[in-house]
Design a protein. Structure first.
Length: 339
């Protein structure tokens, strides 16, 4: 018999680290992973099997399908926002075609073992596109269905994949003689900027926040690429991982959407700098705005309305701005560099 497991793609990334640990801590130790690179040894020991390869490799997915019975997919693999702008075709291949392959894989898996496959997908505030700063400031807390006009390849990819997931969950092959939808239970969170203390920032357009802290902890100067007044929503990584697990555990009948906004705090870049300087008074943090990256951040909301997530499945972040920096980020990153 094939073994029933959780599949995590992009498992070596920032979210994957925390997700694997929390799944293991909760007693779910049957985990299969896919990543382009081998997992760190400490992480690899926690999983049942790791596959090194691409989510666009159909033969790799067929191999997993033949060996394991997948009941839950956490599809974390993606080419992030900054890199996607430099290689938009590759971004489409990874972010869209890879997601489509995983959705079709999940559909076949559900048909194979006769049970619904739960599919968790992290989207992003990059799915939004506000036309100018005046509109951004006037918009306030933006709802899921407003301003869905992204200006980046990454945002376009994420928004389209949200719709692909909705299609598989509700409308898949709707003209077929027998109903085909509902075998993939697609659930999506639209993450704000995620800040992790456990991994080094890896190219996200919102990474100016963790980059400040890492540079200060290492004693290196840092030139922030956005204006001091820049404001977007953020969340501490443990709350992001907890949100995915909480959404996965929610009764299906409670859910009114397939994609949910999430947020925890939305300080300005200046307020973040002040908080870092409180912990590292000698840190050298200056401003060197990158006009193009600033333009991307300015197209994202200052804040989002996450009331649907709070109502439908009890989303409740543990960290606010002050506790995220003082109790989680700064102490953990200080310890990382022996400060």
């Amino acid at each position: 018999m094939r073994k029933s497991v959780v599949l995590i793609t992009g498992a070596g990334g920032e979210i994957g680290h925390g997700l694997i640990q929390q799944l293991v801590d909760s007693g779910r130790d049957s985990i299969v992973t896919i990543d382009l690179n081998p997992l760190e040894p400490s992480l690899a020991r926690k999983v049942t099997r790791e596959f090194t390869g691409s989510i666009t490799d159909a033969r790799l997915l067929d191999r997993i399908l033949s060996e394991f019975e997948i009941d839950t997919v956490y599809h974390l693999a993606a080419l992030l926002s900054t890199r996607s702008e430099f290689t938009p075709v590759t971004a489409h291949q990874v972010n869209v075609e890879g997601t489509l392959s995983l959705l079709e894989f999940s559909q076949r898996e559900a048909e194979s073992h006769g049970r619904t496959v739960l599919f968790l997908y992290p989207s992003s505030i990059a799915a939004y596109g506000l036309p100018d700063l005046e509109t951004k400031r006037r918009a306030g807390r933006v709802r899921e269905d407003d301003y869905n006009t992204p200006s980046t390849m990454y945002g376009c990819n994420k928004l389209y994949c949200e719709q692909l997931g909705r299609y598989y969950a509700r409308f898949y092959k709707q003209l077929a003689a027998e109903p085909q939808s509902g075998r993939v239970d697609f659930r999506c969170v639209r993450f704000p900027g995620l800040i992790s203390a456990m991994t080094v920032p890896s190219g996200g357009t919102s990474d100016y926040a963790p980059e400040m802290i890492h540079a200060a902890a290492k004693g290196e100067p840092y030139a922030c690429f956005v204006r001091p007044d820049t404001r977007i929503p953020f969340m501490a990584m443990p709350d992001g991982v907890d949100a995915l697990l909480r959404l996965a555990a929610a009764p299906r009948e409670r859910l009114t959407r397939t994609a949910y906004n999430l947020a925890a705090f939305n300080p300005s870049a200046q307020e973040m700098r002040d908080e870092v300087l409180r912990a590292f008074p000698s840190a050298e943090i200056t401003w060197q705005m990158d006009r193009r990256r600033q333009g991307i951040v300015d197209s994202w909301p200052e804040d989002v309305d996450d009331s649907a997530a709070r109502h439908d499945w009890g989303f409740a972040p543990k960290y606010n701005f002050e506790s995220a920096f003082r109790d989680y980020l700064i102490p953990t990153i200080q310890a990382r560099y022996g400060k």
